[in-house]
Design a protein around this ligand. Structure first.
Ligand SMILES: Nc1ncnc2c1ncn2[C@@H]1O[C@H](COP(=O)(O)OP(=O)(O)O)[C@@H](O)[C@H]1O
Ligand SMILES: [Mg+2]
Length: 230
């Protein structure tokens, strides 16, 4: 199993009022090596919260997050950050590319800790190969302002993949794209899932993007339910 959520709950207590806002209520989810999973549900249902907990960017109120067989509670902050950086790639609705860097420099950013010259060289080759793979060869030295939103979002996927993660987490990755760019991105995620042995978990409002994933879960009232399995 690449990642596992065991009986995850998340709540926020409203200060002073005694009111508890329960977001996630005892959720379990297993993500296998080659899984592609869509998580759908209404706005405010806790999809981002769930994805951030799975990516160890947020802590659950209770329950366990297991990454590659390791209970993340047993890792200190440094080890957890290291594991997260190597094991998980993130894509968000907005690409968050740095405007002052070129496409290639942006893509290499998560690989900054790599200092060994030969590994560094291989990483740069890998970056160029992936950039070409997503159809951005001509833009390799362009800055984000010289690229379209769709191109920037594909660049964000490449950046997420630079450290060869086993798990890609994407939160509304097509949320700011037009239909044809959304299609391209969905196709890219599906191909990466099958070609690169990459588990993909995507939160989305797009029925098309969700339909392309192997499993669809719906999050409502704090519970996660499988609604489709291929
Ligand atoms: N730091 C926080 N404090 C209090 N409530 C929060 C906090 N973060 C998120 N929430 C609440 O959790 C709920 C789920 O949010 P979110 O996970 O962003 O939903 P979704 O991604 O499905 O739209 C929302 O009602 C939101 O207001
Ligand atoms: Mg959200």
């Amino acid at each position: 199993m690449v990642a596992e959520l065991q009986n995850i709950s998340k709540h926020y207590d409203q200060p002073g009022s005694g009111i508890r806002n329960v977001i996630l209520n005892g959720i379990s989810l297993s993500v296998g090596e080659r899984d592609s999973i869509a998580i759908v549900g209404p706005s405010g249902s806790g999809k981002s919260t769930l994805l951030n907990i799975l990516g160890t960017l947020d802590h659950p109120s209770s329950g366990r997050v297991i990454l590659d067989g390791t209970d993340t509670d047993t890792l200190d902050e440094n080890r957890l950050a290291d594991r997260r950086n190597r094991f998980i790639g993130f894509v968000f609705q907005l690409h968050h590319l740095l405007p002052q860097l070129t496409l290639l420099e942006n893509v290499l950013l998560p690989a900054l800790p790599v200092t060994d010259p030969s590994v560094r060289k291989m990483t740069i080759e890998r970056a160029k190969m992936l950039i070409e793979r997503v159809g951005l060869k001509e833009q390799v030295h362009h800055r984000p302002v010289q690229m379209s939103v769709g191109e920037c979002q594909r660049a964000a996927v490449v950046r997420a993949l630079i450290n060869q993660p086993r798990l890609l987490l994407a939160d509304e990755p097509t949320g700011s794209l037009d239909a044809s760019n959304a299609d391209l991105l969905g196709q890219l995620l599906r191909e990466l899932n099958t070609e690169q042995n990459l588990a993909v978990v995507v939160v989305t409002h797009s029925a098309e993007l969700a339909a392309g994933m192997g499993k669809i879960y719906k999050l409502t009232s704090g519970s996660l339910n499988l609604t489709k399995q291929r």
